[in-house]
Design a protein around this ligand. Structure first.
Ligand code: ZN
Length: 371
């Protein structure tokens, strides 16, 4: 990871704090939102394809009363689109410590785990590649972590390929240009890169560019906030500066949610909030195989999600299969990950692979003793 000089005003500006709502009030507002009628969606809709159940639950139901609502009134809302938001380098504990109220609200209304695992090498580009392809680096071949155009794109069929092929509007807005190598340009309808460290481009912020694209409607979008990682490399993981960066990005997430609501795209949106890796306060800050680096939050919230803490293991490579499941896209035989069925109240896939091999790559730090 290249240490990019940080322009303090970009990252350390204190954002206006969100009002601290009591949890009950927060929950009430979430419940009320869930009760709103679905707005007409101009984007293609998909209903979850249910897998063949592997077990039958024995449930004794009470006799239906005459006042029971007709079945159509409890039909699940379809999932119309998926928005993945990644906070670069975010360790799970940062969410509560930085008081990321928008992320916390999605946790409370959705399913989540604070012990999901990323892949080795635990760096930004390989981790995001695993996320969108559903495969380990051994298959998608992305082990590099800089923008190297001659290396091409992640191998295999990723979720942008799948979503774009069925006519969904797809795209990425990122603070790191190397994410261009996640998928071929022909599979994204928009790709926005905002370099927050470049003074000349400060007129366009990442969050504003993301808002502009999301307001146009989409089927699948990935919004990547780089700030926490950039600040973490300079000031340390879980430093007050890094927490301020995550808090600022949480406010940015609030802007995205507000834009979706204002443009009629909130209902039917499935949110996935996660990170690419954690970090620590010794060198290398990440890229290695230690718990504080490998452990990431994974949150899913929206239609058809069964709220609560996810008990089964979740790996970053499960993200693509989960998106495909949610949008009714074709399953891929070469996935190493599996849909997080438990998040939809379904039995977990007990035959799934256990993440990716955690080999520590050679770090080119070998020294040779002089004879
Ligand atoms: Zn990263």
């Amino acid at each position: 990871m290249k240490n990019i000089p940080v322009k303090p005003k970009t990252f350390l500006t204190t954002s206006p704090s969100l009002p601290r709502l009591p949890a009950a009030l927060l929950l009430l507002s979430i419940l009320l939102q869930g009760c709103l009628p679905a707005s007409a969606s101009p984007v293609q809709t998909a209903v979850l394809p249910l897998p063949t159940p592997t077990a039958t639950l024995e449930v004794i139901l009470p006799a239906l009363e005459e006042t029971a609502p007709p079945p159509e009134s409890i039909a699940p809302q379809p999932i119309s689109r998926v928005l993945i938001v990644t906070f670069d380098g975010m360790r799970p504990e940062a969410i509560e410590t930085a008081e990321m109220t928008n992320v916390i609200a999605l946790m409370q209304s959705g399913a989540y785990t604070m012990s999901a695992q990323t892949i080795m090498p635990s760096n930004t580009l390989p981790a995001h590649a695993a996320m969108v392809t559903g495969t380990c680096p051994a298959k998608n071949a992305v082990r590099w972590n800089e923008y190297v155009p001659q290396n091409g794109f992640a191998l295999g069929t990723d979720i942008f390929d799948l979503a774009h092929a069925v006519g969904l509007r797809t795209g990425i807005v990122t603070g790191k240009l190397k994410l261009r190598q996640l998928t071929e340009p022909t599979s994204t309808d928009f790709f926005g890169f905002v370099d927050n460290t470049d003074e000349d481009k400060d007129r366009i912020t990442l969050e504003n560019l993301a808002v502009d694209e999301l307001k146009k409607g989409f089927g699948l979008a990935l919004i990547h906030f780089p700030d926490g990682d950039v600040v973490g490399h300079k000031y340390g993981w879980l430093s007050k500066q890094q927490l301020a960066a995550y808090k600022k990005n949480d406010n940015d997430l609030g802007l995205l949610i507000k834009a979706l609501k204002n443009s009629g795209y909130y209902d039917g949106t499935l949110f996935i909030i996660t990170s690419d890796h954690g970090g620590r306060n010794e060198d290398p800050k990440h890229g290695e195989n230690t718990p504080e680096i490998m452990t990431i939050p994974w949150i899913i919230s929206g239609p058809q999600v069964a709220p609560g803490e996810i008990q089964s293991p979740v790996y970053i490579i499960d993200t693509a299969p989960t998106v495909a499941f949610a949008l009714g896209l074709p399953f891929q035989a070469d996935w190493d990950g599996a849909p997080v069925y438990e998040a939809f109240g379904l039995p977990a896939d007990t035959l799934r692979a256990e993440g990716c091999p955690r080999v520590t790559p050679e770090l080119h730090t070998t020294t040779y003793d002089s004879p």
